[in-house]
Design a protein around this ligand. Sequence first.
Ligand code: ADP
Ligand code: MG
Length: 541
Amino acid sequence: MMAGTPILVLREGAEREKGKGAVGNNIAAARAIADAVRSTLGPRGMDKMLVDSMGDVTITNDGVTILKEVDVEHPAAKMLVEVAKTQDQQCGDGTTTAVVLSGELLKRAESLIDQNIHPTVISRGFSLALAEADRLLRKEIGTPVRPDDDEILSEVAQTAMGSKGVFGSRAELAKLAVKAVKTIAEKHENRTVADISLIQVEKKFGGGIADTQLVEGLILDKERGHPRMPTEVKDAKIALLNSSLEIKKTEFESKINIKAPGQLQGFLDQEDRTFREMVDAVKASGANVVISQKGIDDVVLHYLARAGIYAVKQVKESDMQKLSRATGGKVVTGYKELSSSDLGRAGAVEQRKIGDSHMTFVTGCKGARSVSILIRGGTEHVTQEVERSLNDALKVVASVLEDGVICPGGGATEMELAVRLRKFARTVGGREQLAVEAYAQALEVVPWALAENAGYDAVNTLIGLRQAHEGNLPTKNAGINFSAQGKPADMFQLKVVEPLRVKTQALSSATEVASMVLRIDDVIASKKSAPPASPPGGHSH
Ligand code: ADP
Ligand code: MG
């Protein structure tokens, strides 16, 4: 990635910019994005209300949600949006932090450029600082966590949800998240792998957030296909199909070409025979539940109901895969291939009434451990915000289980890094030293914005915090205490803790994008509408 100087290619109509002017403009565009989300940082951050072109409203404090919804045109600004997306994918949290840090690094770089320090030198200094920061995070600032320490895992989840609109229900949601992640976590030799895509999340509005529940099994947002089917099947033997139990319209029409009376009846009889054949195939396999990714004809549903079989149609492909894993059943293409060995097993398949609608619950699964979370909430906006928060919670818990290390929040980690990087800068020397110092300074934007967003005097808060980290009795876990007007406090005691990965990823993405923007010194308007230079961050893992 470091080879050569990237050239940004703009769409037709844009002016060509070169050298310092180009860097300045790119920095300005990127900083505009950072400034847009900065006021949402932290538990005291403001919510943003987004209205899209269809008039749909999202109210959120989630950095990545905001950036996903905003139409960003400028290529340098787009890179920052990519940073947020990468952070979200990798960590589920820290998106605003990553973007704000990127903006601040660029701001500090700009003043170095004004002092005639070449962008390449700044870039080099920044990567030295990043390498040292990464080392410090892993070796000095991070604290190991035992995988069975549910208390800490829950604190991590609660911190991640702290600034979302689910504040009052954080403790319960955190517990659910920890339990869900631990159910799917697997030990591979001496490593833990927690693939949270195995956790199914469904939402149904109605009820309150407190009704959100964990289900040891799977939930399908589908009711049974026919009112005369049983509402519950115990000791379920489940046929999983990814083809339809229907006769395709086109097939039928191309055949129907009636010349003689009686022929129509013949066709109808033939159709009925096919339907019965389908049901017979299901029965012959021994299945008492059919779950199909595709459609099931009403007549087939009727026959299945008569046979006492519970059927659900048009189930999402991702759910079919989860069903297959959880029940040990094989997804079969074509009912004719169905055999008893393909069937999945579950303790029960049943229809339950949730709010105003019916859902299908598959529980007591014999296959791999499976778990679902059913989100409830008064309105659709609430269930959406709960889903976003829960997603973050699941990801941070998973990353702490996998990495086994946490860092203090509330600006403590960033302040400690800033203090130590300033010391490190002296060992670097040359002009790069200035860049390392600028990097250290930039990190302080995190506690700064946290203080500012809470309405505190940011200068005084920062002075207090810096003293806590540099004073006679240095406390490396000191961060901003929102219960005491921003006075420094031990973040481990306040249970404000974050995964190591949130910190390392935010720093590496921010540094990468800053260096990228700094190295663009030529912006050419292209004749054809060529795509902009490939964004950073997206391919680093
Ligand atoms: P991001 O998108 O970066 O996660 P947030 O709005 O979630 O942005 O804010 C995260 C920041 O808020 C982190 O620095 C985190 O340590 C801090 N934070 C969260 N909860 C608290 C708290 N209770 N006290 C102090 N700082 C907190
Ligand atoms: Mg957060």
